[in-house]
Ligand binder design. Structure first.
Ligand code: SF4
Ligand code: SF4
Length: 367
């Protein structure tokens, strides 16, 4: 039976997605995009908006990964992992716990609660959970987002449900282009059609309302409910279920496509984790203020979760007029200005920040 495995994976997915915003690493959410400062906290590190190409790389990697999974495993995402599937399946299981009475009312109440939970969870990926709960009905922005998402998710679950998969979902529309003859699908065994009991249990349990006996349908989400339903009856007669998984997982495409995706994943991982703990940018502000006096702007990015005390200096014989000792808070950016005064002829200035095991130099022209 596939159902216990599906339920276990669905519960794991729901707990992971709801619990992730509560996981705090070095004082910040494990995964959260902070809108006011436009930075993404990601498992103890931070990606700034100026490094958006990294986020783009991660998104592209996941798109390629999903395409690979679809080519090999078919609609496994739709039937086993999609948040919509998880919500609908879990609510169905919970409704069943209450028996046959008032099922519709219980389901509606459940949808209201689940939609609220999903709505607030989505906000937690942008605003820390403690702050969200404190400001939920105080900040008009958070209240509006919460209510709009809540209503939209409730309407989607109650009135669209599985219709979304067969009519709107863009991923579902892509499937046909990605499938090949060996992709894992759920197929009815036509060669044994004369022994099928035609009880239509497979049709009764199908969440998208198709009859697998009529052949492969693009609406099938590969949830395996029909296999489980048929197995109950067919095994009593000593036969395997009529609908079943069919496809070839281990084949050359799995290795070369999987290898390419894995290589891209490793390259991306190295790119992300080889970033320096601190980044230092300096630019000269326009023309000199006076002869021998230039003004520079600098920004220091702390990519890590520790506070740092840094010293701004220049090895050249110039006077730096401004703050030299800098406190860099965790995951923060420090912007500042400094004047450079030179009494002799000077073509460029070496700026250095040092402290906490860090030493970074930048060379900028002097006018
Ligand atoms: S549940 Fe199995 S036996 Fe019954 S109609 Fe479907 S395929 Fe045939
Ligand atoms: S045909 Fe079977 S696998 Fe496909 S959606 Fe219906 S129940 Fe799920």
């Amino acid at each position: 039976m596939w159902k216990p495995y599906r339920r276990a994976i669905e519960i794991l997915q729901a707990v992971t997605l709801t619990g992730l915003p509560f996981l705090v690493i070095k004082g910040q959410s494990a995964l959260r995009f902070d809108i006011p400062t436009l930075k993404l906290y990601v498992f103890g590190s931070v990606i700034w908006i100026r490094e958006f190409y990294l986020i783009l790389g991660v998104v592209l990697f996941f798109l390629l990964f999903i395409a690979f999974v679809t080519v090999i495993f078919g609609r496994i995402w739709c039937g086993w992992l999609c948040p919509q599937t998880v919500l609908l399946d879990l609510s169905k299981s919970i409704v069943k716990l209450f028996g046959r009475k008032n099922q519709k009312t219980i389901q509606s109440l459940l949808f209201i609660l689940l939609s609220a939970l999903v709505s607030i969870t989505m906000i937690w990926y942008f605003v820390p959970p403690a702050e969200t709960l404190k400001t939920l009905f105080v900040s008009s922005t958070i209240t509006s987002f919460f209510l709009v998402l809540w209503i939209a998710i409730y309407l989607e679950l109650s009135f669209l449900g599985r219709k979304f998969c067969t009519s709107i979902c863009p991923y579902a529309m892509l499937q046909n282009a990605l499938f090949d003859k060996d992709t894992l699908v759920i197929e009815y065994d036509v060669s044994r059609d004369d022994t099928c009991m035609k009880c239509d249990e497979c049709v009764r349990v199908c969440p998208v309302g198709i009859d697998i006996k009529n052949g492969l349908s693009s609406a099938c989400i590969a949830c395996a409910e029909c296999i489980d339903a048929c197995r109950v009856l067919s095994e009593q007669r000593g036969m395997p279920p009529f609908p079943n998984y069919k496809g070839l997982i281990v084949r050359p495409k799995t290795f070369w496509l999987g290898g390419a995706i894995a290589a891209a994943g490793v390259a991306l991982f190295l790119l992300l984790w080889s970033r320096p703990p601190v980044d230092f940018l300096v630019t000269r502000d326009n023309a000199p203020l006076l002869s021998g006096l230039n003004r520079y702007s600098y920004t220091i990015y702390n990519n890590g979760g520790n506070s740092l005390i840094l010293k701004l200096s220049s090895p050249e014989n110039v006077a730096l007029i401004g703050e030299h000792s800098l406190l860099l808070r965790p995951f923060s950016a420090l912007h500042g200005r400094i004047l450079v005064k030179s009494s002799g002829k000077l073509e460029r200035v070496h700026f250095r920040i040092s402290g906490g095991g860090i030493s970074i130099s930048r060379v900028i022209g002097f006018l």
